[in-house]
Design a protein around this ligand. Structure first.
Ligand code: GDP
Ligand code: MG
Length: 176
C-alpha cells in the first residue's frame, strides 16, 4: 500500500562520524566496520505506523560528499527531519556542529525537526565529548539529543522514530 505520508530526512555531519552506518543500521539492521566514503546509496527508506497512518521515512545520506557543502545544500530541500551527527570520540566533529547547524537553518525548512546525535557511544573509553556537552549544545539550540551506537545498535531506531513523531505532531498542528 502506498504510504499516507512521506517524510524526508537528511543525515549530516563530518565525514567518519557514522552517518552511513546509522542509516544502514536503521534500514537494514547492518553495520559496516570498514570505512567507506561512499556506500553507493543515496538514500534508504523505512515505513512506520503512526496513529492510523503509514509513514515512509526517506533518508538521504551525503555519500561522502560532506566536504562539498554547497552540493549538500541541495539535499536540504523539502527535508522535514535532520539528524545532525557528531562522533563522541572526535571533538573536531563536535566543534563543527555550529557550521552544520547554521547551514541547516539557512537552507532548510524553518520547521524542520533537528535531532542532535552523539554517535559511537560504545567507545566510552576514548570519549572526547561529554554527554553534558552534547546536552548543553542541544538545549542552547533548541534541538533534541541522543547518544547512539550504530555498532552496538543502541538508540538508533529511537532517534529516527522519535523524530518522525515530532514531525507528525507539527503536521497535525498544521505548522508544516
Ligand atoms: P560517515 O562518513 O559519517 O558516513 O561514517 P561511516 O558510517 O562510514 O562510519 C565511519 C567509520 O566509523 C566506519 O569505520 C564505521 O565502521 C565506524 N562507525 C560508525 N558508527 C560507529 C559506532 O557506533 N561505533 C563504532 N565503534 N564505530 C562506528
Ligand atoms: Mg557516509
Amino acid at each position: 500500500m502506498y504510504p499516507d505520508h512521506m517524510f524526508k530526512y537528511v543525515i549530516i555531519g563530518d565525514g567518519g562520524v557514522g552517518k552511513s552506518n546509522l542509516l544502514l543500521r536503521f534500514t537494514d539492521e547492518l553495520f559496516d566496520p570498514i570505512h567507506t566514503t561512499t556506500l553507493g546509496v543515496e538514500f534508504g527508506y523505512k515505513d512506520l505506523q503512526i496513529d492510523k497512518y503509514k509513514v515512509r521515512l526517506r533518508v538521504w545520506d551525503t555519500c561522502g560528499q560532506e566536504n562539498f557543502r554547497s552540493i549538500i545544500r541541495a539535499y536540504y530541500r523539502n527535508a522535514l527531519g535532520a539528524l545532525l551527527v557528531y562522533d563522541i570520540t572526535c571533538r573536531k566533529s563536535f566543534v563543527h556542529l555550529e557550521q552544520w547547524l547554521s547551514d541547516l537553518r539557512q537552507h532548510g525548512h524553518p520547521e524542520m525537526v533537528i535531532m542532535l546525535i552523539g554517535n559511537k557511544s560504545d567507545l566510552k573509553a576514548v570519549r572526547d565529548v561529554t554527554t553534558e556537552e552534547g546536552e548543553a549544545f542541544a538545549k542552547k539550540n533548541g534541538l533534541t539529543f541522543m547518544e547512539t551506537s550504530a555498532k552496538a545498535n543502541k538508540h538508533v531506531e529511537k532517534a529516527f522514530v522519535n523524530t518522525a513523531h515530532e514531525i507528525y505532531k507539527k503536521l497535525k498542528l498544521g505548522v508544516i
